[in-house]
Design a protein around this ligand. Sequence first.
Ligand SMILES: Cc1cc2nc3c(=O)[nH]c(=O)nc-3n(C[C@H](O)[C@H](O)[C@H](O)COP(=O)(O)OP(=O)(O)OC[C@H]3O[C@@H](n4cnc5c(N)ncnc54)[C@H](O)[C@@H]3O)c2cc1C
Length: 380
Amino acid sequence: MSYTELTHEQRDIRDLARRFADEEIAPQAAAWDREHRFPREVFKALGELGLMGVCVPAEHGGAGADFLSYMLVLEELSRADAGVGVTVAVHTSAGTLPILANGTEEQIQRLVPPLAQGHELAAFALTESGSGSDAGAMRTRATAGGAGGPPLLTGTKQWITNGSYAHTFTVFAKDPDRPTAYLVRRGAPGFSVTREEQKMGLNSSSTADLALDSTPGERLGAPGAGMRIALSTLDGGRIGIAAQALGIAQAALELATGYAKERRAFGRPIGGFGAIQQKLADMQTEIEAARALVWRAARLKQAGHPHTVEGAQAKLFASKVARHWTGEAIQILGGYGYTKEFPAERYYRDAKVTEIYEGTSEIQRLVIARALLGEAARES
Ligand SMILES: Cc1cc2nc3c(=O)[nH]c(=O)nc-3n(C[C@H](O)[C@H](O)[C@H](O)COP(=O)(O)OP(=O)(O)OC[C@H]3O[C@@H](n4cnc5c(N)ncnc54)[C@H](O)[C@@H]3O)c2cc1C
C-alpha cells in the first residue's frame, strides 16, 4: 500500500495504530472471539495513545487530527480485530462527534473530554425491534418531565453497540411524534441493559438491548431535529464502517498471500498456480479501490463538503469487497481456512455485518440512486 498520498502526521498516526494493533490486539483476537470477551483494558490504553478521540479537537481532549487519520486508525484496529474496530468507530463517529456537532457548549465541555480520552465510552441508540432501516417508525417516546424537570424517555432499543459498557448514550425518541435526540447517562433512573446479543461474529464487541422507563434525558440539538442528527451522524459513521471493512479485507489478503507462499501442492507453492495468482491480484486491486473510496469520502467530510453519496459508495463497495474476499481467503487456505487454526473464518464472520449495520447495502444503493435519479427514484 502506498504511503505517498498521506501527510507525515497521517502516517505517524497510522503507524502508531498499526504497532499497537500488531502488538496488543492481534495476538489476543482469537481468544476474545472464542470467549466473547470485551477487552475493556484495550480502550483505556487506546485512550492514553489519543486513539479514542483521534479527530476530536485537542481543546476537548482529543488528538486533534483529521478525519482521514481517524479512518486509518479504524482500518488498522479492524485489521487486528474488527470487534475493537467497531467499538472505537461507534464510540467516536456515532457517540462523540454528534455531541460535538450538536451539543451546547456546556454539554460539550462536560461530556466530550472523558469520551475523547477513553475514560468513558459512548453509544448511539436508534434501532428498535420494529424499526431498523425505517428508523422513523421508532416507538420510544419522550414526555415532558413535571415541574420543569428533564424530559422522560420510555421505550426499548435493540442491538446497541457498546450498550453494556457505555456511559453516555445518544437516544432517539419521539416527542410526541417528531424524533428528537437525547443524551442519557448510564445509571439514570429507569435505565437498564436488558440483554447482550449472541452474534455470528464481532464477538469482542458489545451489542446490547436497552430499556428506558421514564428515564430522564437531556435534549441534544433542537426539538424535532432527531432524524437530521441521526442521518448526518450515519453519513460520517458509514465511512468508518467502510474503513472497518477495509481493515478486515486487508487482514485476509495478508493471510492468504503469506499462505500462498508457504503451502505446497504438486511440488510447488500454491502461489505458483495461476488460479491463486488471479484471485490474489483481483483481491488486492479491489481492496485498493475500496481504500480510494474511503479516503475520498473522508477528505470530503474533513473539508466540510457534502459526502452522503461518497460515504454510501465507500461503505457499499468496501463491505462487498470484505465479504467476498474473506470468503475467497478461506478458499485459498483450503480446509485450514475452514478451521479455527487460522483467522480466515473469523474475518469472514466479522465482514458480513459491514453489509448490514449503519445502513444495509440496499439502503446505501437507495441513497446513491436517489441522488442520481432525483424524484424519479421515489416511489409514489
Ligand atoms: C452487530 C450489530 C450492531 C449494531 N449496532 C447498532 C447501534 O450501535 N445502534 C443502532 O441504533 N443500531 C445498531 N444496529 C442495528 C442496525 O443498524 C440495523 O440492523 C440495520 O440498520 C438494519 O435494520 P434491520 O436489522 O431492522 O433490518 P430491516 O430494516 O428490517 O431490513 C431487512 C431487509 O430489508 C431490506 N430493506 C429494508 N428497507 C428497504 C428499502 N427501503 N429498500 C430496499 N430494501 C430494504 C434491508 O436492506 C434488509 O435486507 C446494529 C446491528 C448489528 C447486527
